[in-house]
Design a protein around this ligand. Structure first.
Ligand SMILES: [Fe+2]
Ligand SMILES: [Fe+2]
Length: 252
């Protein structure tokens, strides 16, 4: 977990107080749902941490993963801080959203573990970086901006778990060759999940409240795939033609 800066108190964020009651209720509900997703992300990272341990991953990668496991419940608490700020009163924390890492039919146990790391960290968390950055760019109030800055800094660390693992000696030429045919479908599946997540948000967004219009958020996820993930694969020596084609299909 990164060291937290002090966040401004909810009641000092005038942009929240200025919103109509209906919009405040909607944002309180969205942030409560987001808290449940962050708790599930914590469970997903705990499973990936176990995968990395089983792969005898580099100690530096394991340390980054342990930090991510601790960060996600902290993100859930930050989401509830926002939910309560919009609601104007305390709220009950939600149960974690149910989650299961993909089974990846046809992969053996070792490959499945590597695929979990690539899917959750290199792909999902790199897209999360772009998503949170787009939200931060639209956060007008001090509390919203503070929460999103914390979240963005952590998401970069979470993506690094995967990139550091791919660049480590534990991922040799044989592992890279085994991973390669799976990359386009991992990218497609993750982009589809993000598109669904964005689909439950208000299409027009709520300007100033870290909720840009849905088309801008979708564009941010595609840009992350094109400008972070595909070049990242190339950087660690993975050919990218099929991955680029998968991103092009998702962008249509
Ligand atoms: Fe998170
Ligand atoms: Fe994360």
């Amino acid at each position: 977990m990164t060291e937290r800066r002090a966040l401004p108190a909810a009641e000092t964020d005038p942009t929240i107080a200025a919103l109509p009651a209906g919009t405040r209720a909607l944002l309180a509900e969205l942030w409560t749902q987001r808290a449940a997703s962050e708790l599930a992300a914590g469970q997903a990272f705990a499973a990936v941490e176990r995968d990395l341990a089983a792969l005898d991953a580099d100690p530096a990668v394991l340390a980054l993963a342990a930090r991510a496991v601790a960060d996600e419940p902290e993100h859930a608490a930050l989401c509830m801080l926002l939910a309560e700020a919009y609601h104007g009163a305390p709220l009950e924390a939600p149960a974690p959203r149910p989650f299961q890492l993909p089974v990846h039919d046809g992969a053996d146990d070792v490959l499945r573990r590597h695929l979990h790391v690539v899917g959750l960290c290199c792909i999902n968390e790199s897209i999360a970086v772009a998503f949170v950055a787009a939200c931060l760019a639209d956060a007008a109030g001090p509390l919203l901006a503070g929460v999103h800055r914390e979240h963005l800094a952590d998401e970069i660390g979470h993506a690094r778990v995967g990139w550091a693992h791919l660049a480590s000696a534990r991922v040799d030429a044989d592992v890279r060759a085994a991973l390669l045919p799976w990359l386009p479908r991992l990218l497609s599946a993750n982009l589809a999940v993000w598109s669904d997540r964005i689909g439950i948000l208000p299409e027009a967004g709520v300007r100033g409240h870290a909720l840009p219009p849905a088309r801008e958020l979708r564009a941010a996820t595609i840009a992350a795939a094109r400008e972070i993930i595909v070049p990242g694969f190339a950087h660690v020596g993975l050919p990218t033609a099929a991955s680029s084609a998968a991103v092009d299909r998702a962008a249509r």
